[in-house]
Design a binder for this molecule. Structure first.
Ligand SMILES: *[C@@H]1O[C@H](CO)[C@@H](O)[C@H](O)[C@H]1NC(C)=O
Ligand SMILES: *[C@@H]1O[C@H](CO)[C@@H](O)[C@H](O)[C@H]1NC(C)=O
Length: 326
């Protein structure tokens, strides 16, 4: 969309922004007190029924780190959102956007653990305070021993430190903690049900999933775009163990990942989801695909507002609250 048409509809844009801000201000404190009851306001009876059937201890599991659930046959996905300590409000938005998607049907099919991957350096105290509180309140922040710097090997540290961080190094024969590990940008919005549906049909091993370049190479694209890609757990273990990868840890992160796998003769199974994850174009419905897996929206928060509105994530009633309706 051109900037002229963007500014030509101020009321729509303002409305979307107000919608989002109001949701953040009104819904979130209530959400913290009782995530499932607030989630059910947005979703309906089946979720309410599922919530009623669950013990209170797991009621907040959608938002908090680990409900310990290990259902046999359930696909397990670690969704690592790469972001920086200072971006607290973005983390808040993403945390809610994914927590509200954790509906009964999704959770029956897959356990999707959303974690924020941060480098421990630099950590100025004003941001460190938020990070420390978030770790205690939600338990969804993973701090890596790295320096925030786009091409300084954060992706290498993320994948190579994960097995030890999850207590899963060695342990041959045990089921790995996750089937797939994703790296997602903090400006990408994923629709978890579409993601899970495609991953369920993907090979569990030696698998590299994302928007491949070139787009039309369905079978063996050399690399997947950094907005969001997944590796099967065996490839995470391979990255951890490989001397070649360690020597080549630095570089433009998405191309570099492809280079490791290509040089190592790995990822024989490549799943190119083009065009189902794509860059945001405009707020108009025609610019969102029906079978969207993800939308990448560099920078502006208003684009998150448009995207969340399009996918009905913010479609609650925004009339002023009355007593008893929070
Ligand atoms: C973090 O990494 C640096 C090298 O990059 C190393 O010297 C240091 O010991 C590491 N710290 C921890 C806690 O592992
Ligand atoms: C959003 O909700 C409206 C009204 O229920 C529905 O027609 C539309 O298909 C929904 N949009 C998406 C992307 O699910």
């Amino acid at each position: 969309m051109s900037s002229s048409s963007y500014f030509g509809r101020p009321s729509y844009c303002a409305m979307a922004l107000v919608l989002l801000l109001t949701l953040l201000c009104i819904a979130f404190p209530a959400y913290l007190r009782n995530p499932v009851s607030v989630a059910s306001c947005f979703t309906g009876a089946d979720v309410r029924a599922a919530a009623a059937a669950q013990p209170a201890a797991s009621a907040s599991a959608a938002l908090v780190a680990d409900d310990g659930g290990r259902r046999p046959g359930q696909l397990r996905i670690l969704l690592g959102v790469h972001t920086m300590p200072k971006k607290h409000s973005r983390r808040h938005l993403i945390r809610m956007a994914y927590a509200l998607q954790q509906m009964a049907a999704l959770r029956g099919a897959a356990r999707v653990d959303v974690r924020f991957a941060l480098c421990a350096r630099p950590m100025p105290p004003e941001h460190g305070a938020f990070v420390a509180l978030e770790r205690r309140a939600y338990g969804d922040v993973l701090l890596f021993n790295c320096t925030e710097n786009a091409e300084d090997g954060k992706t290498y540290t993320y994948f190579s430190d994960l097995p030890a961080m999850l207590g899963a190094s060695g342990g041959e024969g045990r089921r790995p903690p996750y089937d797939y590990v994703m790296k997602v940008d903090d400006d990408t919005y994923l629709r978890l049900d579409a993601l899970v549906e495609t991953l369920r049909r993907a090979p569990r091993e030696d698998m590299y999933y994302g928007v491949g370049l070139p787009f039309m190479d369905r079978v063996s694209p050399p690399f997947m775009l950094g907005m969001g890609y997944a590796l099967s757990w065996d490839l995470v273990q391979w990255i951890t163990a490989s001397d070649m990868v360690r020597r080549k840890a630095k570089g433009v992160e998405d191309v570099t990942m492809g280079n490791w796998l290509n040089e190592g003769g790995k990822a024989k199974n490549r799943v190119n989801i083009f065009p189902r994850m794509y860059d945001y174009k405009s707020a108009e419905a025609k610019d969102f695909l029906e079978d969207t897996i993800g939308v990448h929206q560099p920078k502006a928060d208003i684009r998150w507002a448009h995207t969340l509105a399009h996918f009905n994530a913010t479609s609650g009633d925004l009339r002023p609250s009355r007593e008893g309706s929070s």
